[in-house]
Design a protein around this ligand. Sequence first.
Ligand code: GDD
Ligand code: MG
Length: 352
Amino acid sequence: MKAILLAGGKGTRLRPLTIHTPKPIVPIFGRPFLHYQIDLLRQLPDVDEVILSLNYQPRRIEEMFGHGDGLGVRLSYVVEPAPLGTAGAVRYAGQALEETVIVFNGDVMTQVDLAAVVRLHRERKAKATIVLTPVENPTAYGLVETDAESNVRRFLEKPKPEEITCNTINAGIYVLEPDTFDRIPKETAWSIERSYFPSLVERGETFVAYVYDGYWIDIGTPEKYVQVHRDIMTRRFAAPPFASAPPDCRLVSPAARIEDGATIEGPCFVDEGVYVKPGARIAPYSVLGRQCVVEEDARVEGSIVWANGRIGRDALVRDSILGRHCHVGRNAVLDGGIVLGDKSVVTDYSRL
Ligand code: GDD
Ligand code: MG
């Protein structure tokens, strides 16, 4: 069985972080996000190949993952000449496929039991099976109405508040039969959410829902990107590197240098090569990427700092995300919801 990972979006809502780092490889505790999806797909022994459907900065991703050596699954890459939309991308990547295929949005993190989803698909002899998850506010997602037999009755992408009729949304994980792909036009962009799924309902084809109410998140916004780190650190979502760590664990690399007089409070993650100077304080829910330097009396709190950051003396970085190679000057304050792109420089005493 093959899986197609839709990873061709531009990641606009995660800008400026995604300007030099496409969303599938944004680091989660220094580990490219795609690893977490591959971990999930590996649950299914009959998935022998993951096809990455790419468009934005494909070479960066290909160079990082290659053929998947050491990942336990073969990887291949399909690069669209131009973005074809989610359905166009599936058709383009799956044109040679004849067997049932799993399709995944490239930005969701979950523990859903994929084997159970495939089983349901086969039992119901479905043309398509979709994983749904309940959320409080469906407006940012695809709203999916079902009947008592778990058949999908309606698919409404990004509903307006007055259009919300239920709380189950598209979790971005599907099992599809390739004999339905011929309705997808080859040359124009076509959306799986706005056109392909509604077409299954209109034609009365067997389109089944699998409702999953365990851990699920779309990492596509800065708030969710921070949230996923917290969920892993608190083990609300059991995943590396905190899967078997004790509560409030300080995961500090043995190759980090923490000077006497510095304070490190868990849960937090300090990667290799980090240097924390005396008087500095790393407060809970902080993540310091490789080779970051935190100068004397600086404080990092609830923030994610990608590799090679430098936080100046007496600076405060709270509830923010800093891309690679950012430099925060002395006494600067970044307080709440600040997102800095790679190589940003915040001058001494600035307040953001
Ligand atoms: N190859 C390719 N080509 N991939 C694409 C394209 C394209 O033209 N457009 C989007 N993608 C990929 C993105 O990289 C992402 O992994 C996935 O398709 C979904 O796109 P998003 O831009 O993240 O969509 P969304 O989050 O607004 O909504 C989607 O996900 C929700 C769940 O997180 C929809 O599927 C909603 O229905 C769903 O609820
Ligand atoms: Mg998304």
